[in-house]
Design a protein around this ligand. Structure first.
Ligand code: S3P
Length: 169
C-alpha cells in the first residue's frame, strides 16, 4: 500500500462499503470509521430522522463536518455515505487525505442487497430502480473524479472484495 494517511471507500448504497471497510481495517490493524454511523452517534438519531427533520441539506452539512474531521486524522479505513462525492469540499478533502477506492456495483445487485432495507431515505420512492439508476448516472463522474482505484464488487463476497482490494494496493 502506498504511504497515505487513510484508506477511504466511496460508492453507492449497497456496494458494501461498511462491511468491506470493517474487514480491511481489521486485516491492516487500522481503526475503522463510518461517516453515517458517526453522524448517528453524534446526533443520537437515525439518518432517516435527520432527513425528516433537517432535510437532505441538513444531513449533507453534518456529513461535511464529519468528513472534514475524519480526513484530518490518519491511519483509518473510512466508509462514506453514497452521496459524499456530491460536495466539492468533500471530494477535495477525501483526495487529500489518502487512497480513495471506488466500489463499483450494478443497479441489479444494489436492488437485491437493499431489498429489505428501510433505513435509506432516498429509497422511500416506490421506484427504487429509477432512483438508483438516476443516482448512478449523476454520480459516476464524481466517483471517477475522486477515486485512485476502482474495484468491481457486484456478485462478490466481502472476502473476495477484500482480496481484490489488497491485490491493487
Ligand atoms: C446516501 C447514502 C447513505 C446515507 C444517506 C444518503 C446517498 O449511505 O449516507 O442515506 O446519498 O446515497 P450508504 O451509501 O452507506 O447507504
Amino acid at each position: 500500500m502506498q504511504r497515505a494517511a487513510n484508506l477511504i471507500l466511496v460508492g453507492p448504497m449497497g456496494s458494501g462499503k461498511s462491511a468491506l471497510g470493517r474487514l480491511v481495517a481489521a486485516r491492516l490493524g487500522l481503526e475503522f470509521a463510518d461517516t453515517d454511523r458517526r453522524i448517528e452517534k453524534r446526533t443520537g438519531v437515525s439518518i432517516a430522522t435527520i432527513f425528516e427533520h433537517e432535510g437532505e441539506a441538513g444531513f449533507r452539512a453534518r456529513e461535511r463536518q464529519v468528513v472534514a474531521e475524519l480526513c484530518a486524522g490518519r491511519d483509518r479505513v473510512i466508509a462514506t455515505g453514497g452521496g459524499v462525492v456530491l460536495d466539492a469540499a468533500n471530494r477535495a478533502c477525501l483526495r487529500a487525505s489518502g487512497v480513495v477506492v471506488h466500489l463499483h456495483v450494478d443497479v441489479e445487485t444494489q436492488l437485491a442487497r437493499l431489498a429489505r432495507d428501510r433505513s435509506r431515505p432516498l429509497l422511500e420512492d416506490p421506484d427504487r430502480r429509477g432512483v438508483l439508476e438516476r443516482l448512478a448516472a449523476e454520480r459516476a463522474p464524481l466517483y471517477a473524479e475522486v477515486a485512485d482505484l476502482q474495484i468491481d464488487v457486484a456478485a462478490c463476497s466481502v472476502e473476495r472484495a477484500c482480496e481484490r482490494l489488497f491485490h491493487l494496493l
